[in-house]
Structure formats: structure tokens, C-alpha cells
Write a protein that binds this ligand. Structure first.
Ligand SMILES: NC(=O)c1ccc[n+]([C@@H]2O[C@H](COP(=O)([O-])OP(=O)(O)OC[C@H]3O[C@@H](n4cnc5c(N)ncnc54)[C@H](OP(=O)(O)O)[C@@H]3O)[C@@H](O)[C@H]2O)c1
Length: 340
């Protein structure tokens, strides 16, 4: 069954060379491919939105230790996307269904229906909300850091897609004070005026430990780390006894030359205060995603959460430039590209 005219060709973004220190436009090509007819059990999906994130930089390194496959040269890249079923040869999905899947970086996706996960369009305000980084932020704050009423929480990389929601989740769970670090004055204002943070500072402004001591004189109870490097070292220094660390990302090491990827661990400070450090890496389960979407929907309607995001226009052809801008810190919140 088909609902709209499906073009014979679809554009896709391919990685054609692995970047050196900097990602450049020459690392990508935008190619046109024949769409082909869906086979038995397959669907055709028009991609409506995809999210961009630093993780794609890791996937452009042939030797990476993240638990996600690297991009292969000359092939379409892939990533988290939502789209609309426009043709279906499967009883499991109907034309018009909203689906989430991983065949991003292209205009249309053709594949077996089992690789596309149906979403309830009415659950969230708009389709791109299904691409929030909430499942990660939620798991980190609830299961890993176990944030409690009254906690003083520090989130590094607070204007990243994960970080924006991590702060809001901590607040909604009853944290007493939520502090974020970010890279500019504009982003500080965004965090405190729009993203629900109580306080924020620019990590370029002097020693991070000093900024933290000013904002959390009694120490921090929870650290949600997206950055590593100096910010991790500072958090160990100002942690209150019994503090819990959820180690989510290492932005300081993922961007550029990896400096800061390996912070020094001050055992003499950590042991007597009985700090708990837990890393987590999750390819989210359906339960985690559906659980978050339900919670997100409730908190959005209660005004306890928002979806901080930057919309990228220009379709598939604009993705390489948008990815480069992301790595330069140009976006705020989750970067979502409109593909249709
Ligand atoms: N553990 C997991 O399961 C899991 C799942 C998803 C993501 N992650 C990780 O979580 C982190 C956040 O992911 P995301 O997709 O939300 O990130 P993102 O949106 O791609 O973050 C982009 C932001 O990173 C910041 N940044 C860049 N270089 C930095 C540096 N040297 N030091 C500090 N901040 C820097 C910039 O903000 P400023 O302007 O503030 O510098 C930039 O706007 C990443 O490390 C990602 O790999 C982990």
C-alpha cells in the first residue's frame, strides 16, 4: 500500500575519508541512489527528522572503543531518525505510521518492518521530540546517580543534548540545586533562563574547582559527567562524602586531539569520602525508550520539562556542515535536522 508518490531516487550522506584532527566537508559526499521496490515484509519510510550528536565523531574513527560500529567508507552513514511509513508490504506497519529507526543520513529508508519501531504520534508535541536524549539522561540520573531530594547536582556539558535534559530530570526528581558547565555566556543564560538550571558557569573561566566551590560550598552530591578532563578532576575535588558520579561521556576527549580524555584520578581524595563512580553505555532497550517517552510526555504537560533543541534546515545536503558546526559547539540542546 502506498500513500504518496515516492521518488525513484533518494539522497544519502556517505563518509568518504576518515577525518584527521578536524572534520571537514571533504570527508563526506552526498550521493543519489535508486530507491528500489520494497520486498515482502518491507516498508519504505520517508525520513522526517534525524538527530546529530558527538557520537558520530567517534564513529568516524576506524579505531574507537565505543560499543557502536564505525562508519564504513563509501557507504551511507546511519543514525537515529524518525520518519513516516509511505509504503508498506508488512502487516505490522501501515502507511502514515510514525517510526523511529537507525537509517538516518538519507531521505528515504527501505527495509524490513522489524527494523522500524512504531511511535504514538499523539504522545509528544511533535515528531522530533522522539529524538530527545532523554533515555540516556534519565538512565544516568535515575539508575546510575540515583539522584535524591535535596541533592546538589553538577552536570558537565550541560548544553549538550544529554546535558540539557539531565539537569531538568534532576530538578524534576527533587534535586535542591542543579549546576551546569558550558562554553559561553549565551549558553549560561540559556541554561539558567530556559533550561531549568539553578546556576551555570563557563568552563573557560578559570579553574573549574574554584567555580564549583563558589556555587556549591558544601560540595556536590551528584556528578553527571559528559566531559571528563579537568571537569572530572574538579568534581572529585569538590564532591561531598558519599557523592555518586554517573559517567556518561568524555566530550573533552571526543573533540579534537583527545587532550583531557584521561583525567587524573585522585584516589587519596576519593577513597576517604567513599565516592561512587559508575560509567554507563547504553544502546537503549525498548522499555527504556518507551518509559522515557511516557515520563517526558507527563513532565511536558506539567511544565516540568522542555525539549531544548536546535533545528537544522536544508535537508540531507546540510548534514555535513551541521555536523561540523556541532563539533564547534554552535548548537544548543539536541541538534535535530529536518529532512522532509
Ligand atoms: N553513556 C551513554 O550511553 C551515552 C549515550 C549518548 C551520549 N553519550 C555521550 O554523552 C555526551 C553528550 O552527548 P550529546 O550527544 O548530548 O552531545 P552533543 O549534543 O553532541 O554535545 C555538543 C556540545 O559539546 C560541548 N563540547 C564540545 N567540546 C567540548 C569540550 N572540549 N569540553 C566540554 N564541552 C565540549 C559543546 O558545548 P559547549 O559550547 O558548552 O562547549 C557542544 O555544543 C557525549 O560524550 C556522548 O558521547 C553517552
Amino acid at each position: 500500500m502506498t500513500s504518496e508518490v515516492i521518488p525513484p531516487k533518494s539522497r544519502e550522506v556517505r563518509l568518504v575519508s576518515y577525518p584527521g584532527d578536524e572534520v571537514t566537508l571533504e570527508n563526506f559526499e552526498v550521493a543519489e541512489v535508486e530507491l528500489g521496490e520494497p520486498g515482502e515484509g518491507q516498508v519504505v519510510v520517508r525520513n522526517d527528522w534525524m538527530s546529530l550528536g558527538t557520537v558520530y565523531r567517534d564513529q568516524m574513527r576506524p579505531a574507537t572503543d565505543i560499543p557502536i560500529p564505525v562508519f564504513q567508507l563509501g557507504q551511507a552513514m546511519w543514525g537515529r531518525t524518525v520518519g513516516t511509513v509511505v509504503a508498506s508490504h508488512s502487516p505490522d506497519l501501515a502507511v502514515g505510521d510514525l517510526v523511529e529507526h537507525f537509517n538516518g543520513w538519507r531521505e528515504y529508508a527501505v527495509g524490513h518492518a522489524g527494523g522500524f519501531f512504531k511511535r504514538d504520534r499523539a504522545q509528544l508535541p511533535s515528531a522530533e521530540y522522539f529524538l530527545s536524549n532523554g533515555p540516556t539522561a534519565w538512565r544516568g540520573m535515575v539508575d546510575i546517580a540515583q539522584v535524591r531530594e535535596g541533592d546538589v547536582v553538577f552536570v558537565s556539558g550541560a548544553t549538550s543534548g544529554v546535558g540539557c535534559l539531565a539537569g531538568q530530570i534532576a530538578k524534576a526528581l527533587g534535586a535542591g540545586k542543579v549546576i551546569g558547565s558550558t562554553g559561553s555566556k549565551e549558553k549560561i543564560d540559556f541554561l539558567t533562563e530556559e533550561a531549568g538550571y539553578d546556576a551555570a558557569f563557563d568552563y573557560h573561566d578559570g579553574p573549574v574547582a574554584e567555580r564549583l566551590r563558589e556555587l556549591a560550598p558544601k560540595g556536590i552530591d551528584v556528578f553527571f559527567d559528559n566531559v571528563g578532563g579537568e571537569q572530572f578532576e574538579a568534581a572529585v575535588r569538590v564532591a561531598a562524602p558519599g557523592a555518586r558520579f554517573a559517567l556518561c561521556g568524555s566530550l573533552a576527549g571526543q573533540h579534537g586531539d583527545h587532550e583531557g580524555a584521561s583525567p587524573r584520578l585522585d584516589l587519596a581524595g576519593l577513597i576517604p569520602r567513599e565516592l561512587t563512580l559508575r560509567g554507563f553505555a547504553t544502546l537503549h532497550t525498548p522499555d527504556q525508550i518507551e518509559g522515557w517517552n511516557a515520563q517526558f510526555s507527563t513532565w511536558l504537560s506539567e511544565g516540568k520539562a522542555s525539549f531544548p533543541h536546535t533545528v537544522i534546515e536544508g535537508g540531507v545536503a546540510a548534514l555535513p556542515e551541521a555536523m561540523i558546526a556541532l563539533l564547534k559547539g554552535k548548537h544548543t540542546g539536541t541538534a535535530v535536522a529536518r529532512l522532509s
